[in-house]
Design a protein around this ligand. Structure first.
Ligand code: HEM
Length: 416
């Protein structure tokens, strides 16, 4: 008889407490077994390893993302002392500076001002103009490996396209893309559960180098403005104020990092979902509408970002749970997308489903500013890939990276 491996999670249904180690490979390779169990018993639960309440149900995640009583920042309404938070670490000062003015760590009114200044560049009608460039890039990538027998699709296709697109939007040369990816990957390692000091030092060095590089480019643009997003950010005014260099750097780094990580992962996860579904890719990508629907289903079925947190901005009651000012809650996007009370047959990959939007791009004031761009990148990536390589197949079982929040593949070996 075969031994069944132990479950990588435990749930005490009576107290709504759960244990699941985010660094356990059995867990992060397939967090959906845990989510299924939560949906069946405790969609709101206390996650011991994180030490805070989490929400897996679609209704709660969607409502809490929009709930103004919770925010991504807390230090605008309380001091570190008051909350018992440790002082910032000296050896992560450069990394912290990149986050200081990040849209993702600001709340209104600072958030509104910054978001208004960059939003225009990301609206659908503007990014739609990039589609032909993205088609060319996708084809160049395929030209680059088509002669081989097999390839790691993450490295040779999924990663370079969004990195080059966002770099060019900002006005940085495409040749910088590998270096930007390197800095970004080292910074994103900070979001791992239980970060080591070595990782912190490395992320700090990457942040320093990234900022020094951007400082140089910003100085060049001040002397010789161009038609690019960096120049726009330096010169744009909102109610009489312009952005400081630190604000421009923070925003550029956020756009470069957020602008590719999740798209790379969704490309990999999506190709895997399509290939493992046994469905005919040609029928999933037959028309523009169906391609868009397939992209949405890829985002829902295997979301690239599984948890975002919020702080309670005051003493709050939510659905019978009491939160004190400064308490953290976890909103589980990847789990909400598999909620059987929201999606019929939630664990089935079905690009023909019609039961509505997922929460992979978030909701509320921090809703992903890059969603229209990411959708175009994904539509083009899947469309061109399966058109050029209709016999695409998996060459080995794909495995996910050891970063639970960023649910993406280590590599994706395929043949054709
Ligand atoms: C499939 C690809 C993507 C996914 C799934 C995704 C997902 C998300 C999510 C869930 C949030 C909100 C986080 C929260 O509420 O705490 C967010 C915010 C953000 N995303 Fe994306 N993203 C993607 C691609 C992009 C791209 C291509 C860009 C830029 C070019 C981008 C830029 C941003 C920015 C700047 C924010 C912060 C917005 C704010 O705080 O106001 N993202 N994204």
């Amino acid at each position: 008889m075969l031994d069944t491996p132990p479950r990588p999670y435990a749930i005490d249904t009576a107290t709504a407490r759960a244990q699941a180690d985010p660094r356990n490979s059995a867990f992060f390779q397939n967090p959906y077994a845990f989510y299924d169990a939560l949906h069946a018993s405790n969609p709101a639960f206390y996650w011991d390893e994180y030490g805070h309440w989490c929400f897996a149900g679609f209704k709660d995640v969607s409502a809490l993302l929009r709930d103004k009583r919770f925010g991504r920042q807390i230090l605008h309404v309380a001091t570190r002392e008051e909350l018992g938070l440790p002082e910032p670490k000296a050896h992560t000062a450069h990394f912290d500076l990149t986050e200081k003015y990040s849209l993702l760590t600001l709340e209104p009114p600072a958030h509104t001002r910054l978001r208004t200044l960059v939003n225009r560049a990301f609206v659908s009608r503007h990014v739609e103009q990039l589609r032909p460039r993205i088609v060319r890039l996708a084809n160049e990538m395929i030209d680059g490996f088509e002669g081989e027998n097999s390839v790691d699709l993450i490295k040779s296709f999924a990663a370079p396209i969004p990195a080059i697109v966002i770099a060019e939007m900002l006005g940085l040369p495409a040749e910088m893309a590998p270096q930007l990816l390197n800095w970004s990957n080292r910074m994103v390692a900070m979001y791992m559960f239980g970060v080591s000091e070595e990782t912190e030092h490395d992320a700090n060095r990457a942040s320093y180098d990234f900022m020094e590089y951007l400082r140089g480019v910003i100085a060049e643009r001040r002397k010789a403005p161009r038609e690019d997003l960096l120049t726009h950010m330096i010169t744009a005014e909102h109610q009489g104020s312009v952005l400081s260099d630190d604000e421009v750097m923070s925003t550029a780094i956020l756009l470069l990092n957020a602008g590719h990580e999740a798209t790379v992962h969704t490309t990999g996860n999506g190709v895997k979902s399509i290939l493992q579904s046994g469905l005919d890719p040609a029928s999933l990508l037959a028309t523009e509408e169906q391609t868009a629907a397939t992209v949405e289903e890829c985002l829902r079925f295997d979301a690239p970002l599984h948890m975002f947190t919020r702080y309670a901005l005051g003493d709050i009651e939510y659905e019978g749970l009491q939160f004190k000012k400064g308490d953290v809650i976890g909103l589980m996007l990847g789990a909400a997308n598999r909620d059987p009370s929201r999606f019929a047959n939630a664990n089935a990959f079905d690009p023909f489903r019609t039961d509505g939007a997922n929460v992979s791009f978030g909701a509320g004031i921090h809703f992903c500013i890059g969603a229209p761009l990411a959708r175009i990148e994904l539509q083009v990536a899947f469309g061109e890939l399966f058109k050029r390589l209709p016999k695409l197949r998996l060459a080995e079982e794909p495995r996910y990276n050891n970063v639970y929040h960023f649910h993406g593949l280590e590599r994706l070996m395929v043949s054709w």
